[in-house]
Design a protein around this ligand. Structure first.
Ligand SMILES: Cc1cc2nc3c(=O)[nH]c(=O)nc-3n(C[C@H](O)[C@H](O)[C@H](O)COP(=O)(O)OP(=O)(O)OC[C@H]3O[C@@H](n4cnc5c(N)ncnc54)[C@H](O)[C@@H]3O)c2cc1C
Length: 456
């Protein structure tokens, strides 16, 4: 057994873990990252990046199909899955190489291996033991299933969906949240018949209801079927396909079933509780500083209850590294973390939905909607959609909600507005370049300030 010492030992080299490692080295700490697979984690290898590459290929396919509409002669012949995969993997490989180089250049030691927390707070990897003055747990998450629903064969998680070497002719997606919606969008653009089954009454059910309804309309128009408010009952599979039954008695046939019902924390069997780290339904309980119940052991990312997003993990990693270094960083406010569903159309939001704002502030809430039909750039791009802005009467803007192609890029401005608790009167004088989709936000701010321009 060999003992190694460092100021900080990070267990898991995904978004949260490597962000903590980089920030800690910037603050003069020696850092060891223990990673059993590849640094970059879910987001880089199996999540954000490969799925966004797929969505881009899907967008190109849609543009080719509709090229004649803008007077461009093109003919859509089909999807070369091997070509899409090599494009996608090329991007991931480049970013992976870049990240490895970055960690190396910062002097971070990356140890390849399966780490386990020991009762005294050190981390064991095989016969080696890594002792840090502080330890950051960042072991991420895994694709969940439903009780009795076994993954395998033609029943896939998002990892299996990424590994498919065909475009399914017919596919059923269990779960109308962000991952289900993104795969539905890709597969439809690639030519598949897609059915989403969602137990709740709406797609993207955590979003403001106007976005859910607008997405449902857009998907209906694209030929994506959504079975809402109905529960999955069971699945049987053969070599040729799957048959899914629903609790309302419906039976659906398809080539594959994608299970996209959420992600659970990857914390089981890692020695966390034995080391004094309290878990709640598998998630690590932390205080407002990101510290677990065990002294000098911190946790970040998907294992901490809340939004499971890469940029939240980055922010928490930086925050915790700064705490460890003795700084007093501002906390990461869950409420102003931007959320984007990168489908076609995109759904993006930050802050409170109108319903949440009303729960908090009663009737002292005003919301305006601006339809992208009035926005020239959206007309040029051929996208429908809307912007909804929620404010407290006489007070600040507390929520911004967007739907339409490319609106994910607008969430940055919305985040500043909500994060800085801006009032519409502060924003009204700020000029949005014409013609951009951001003007739709500007129009909503003007309307809230009582001086609408291109709105009623
Ligand atoms: C299909 C899909 C699409 C997504 N798209 C987006 C998106 O567009 N935008 C977005 O913000 N988020 C997206 N996410 C979510 C995002 O990937 C996660 O929120 C993010 O990766 C969480 O970071 P993390 O550091 O907590 O965990 P991870 O990135 O999962 O990293 C954890 C790391 O720890 C390692 N590890 C685990 N246990 C051990 C151990 N015992 N020893 C050593 N190493 C260990 C793992 O190998 C892994 O590398 C997506 C997720 C999926 C599945």
């Amino acid at each position: 057994m060999t003992d190694h010492k460092a100021d900080l030992v990070v267990l898991g080299g995904g978004s949260g873990g490597y962000a903590a490692a980089i920030r800690a080295t910037e603050l003069g700490k020696s850092v060891v990252v223990i990673e059993k697979d590849k640094v970059g984690g879910t987001c880089l290898h199996r999540g954000c990046i490969p799925t966004k590459a797929l969505l881009h290929a899907a967008e190109v396919a849609d543009h080719v199909r509709s090229a004649a509409h803008v007077g461009v002669t093109a003919h859509f012949e089909g999807i070369d899955v091997a070509g899409v995969t090599s494009y996608r993997e090329g991007i991931v490989a480049k970013k992976f190489k870049g990240l490895e180089g970055l960690l190396k250049s910062r002097g971070i030691t990356v140890v390849a291996g399966d780490g386990r927390l020991l009762p005294d707070g050190a981390v064991a990897v095989g016969d080696d033991v890594y002792r840090g003055a502080d330890v950051v747990l960042a072991t991420g998450s895994y694709s969940r299933s439903l009780p009795g629903l076994e993954i395998g064969g033609r029943v896939l998680t998002s990892e299996g969906a990424l590994a498919l070497d065909v475009v399914p002719e017919r596919v059923i997606i269990l779960g109308g949240g962000v991952i289900g919606v993104e795969f539905a969008s890709v597969w439809r653009s690639f030519g598949a018949e897609v059915t989403i089954v969602e137990a709740l009454d709406h797609l993207v059910p955590n979003e403001d209801i106007v976005l859910s309804k607008a997405l449902e309309r857009a998907f209906r128009k694209r030929g994506i079927t959504a079975k809402l408010g109905v529960r999955f009952a069971g699945v049987t599979q053969t070599d040729a396909g799957v048959q899914i039954s629903l609790e309302d008695g419906a039976v659906l046939d398809a080539d594959y079933l994608l299970v996209a019902v959420g992600r659970g924390p990857a914390t089981a069997g890692l020695g966390f509780e034995e080391a004094g780290v309290t878990l709640d339904r598998g998630f690590v309980t932390v205080d407002e500083r990101g510290q677990t119940s065990a002294p000098n052991i911190w946790a970040v990312g998907d294992i901490v209850p809340g939004l499971q997003l890469a940029h939240r993990s980055f922010a928490q990693g930086i925050f915790v590294a700064e705490q460890i270094a003795g700084l007093s960083p501002a906390s990461v406010p869950e409420a102003s973390i931007p959320r984007v569903t990168y489908s076609s159309p995109e759904v993006a939001s930050v802050g409170l939905t109108e319903a949440q704002a009303r729960d908090l502030h009663g009737d002292a809430i005003v919301a305006v909607e601006y339809n992208l039909a009035g926005n020239a750039k959206s007309e040029i791009l051929g996208t429908a959609g809307l912007v909804k802005v929620v404010r407290v009467v006489g007070g600040s803007i507390v929520g911004v909600h967007l739907i339409g192609d490319r609106v994910g890029e607008l969430i940055t401005e919305a985040q500043l507005v909500v994060g800085w608790e801006a009032h519409p009167d502060d924003l009204a004088p700020l000029i949005h370049a014409h013609p951009t989709q951001s003007e739709a936000l500007g129009e909503a701010f003007l309307a809230l300030a009582g001086k609408p321009l291109h709105a009623l």
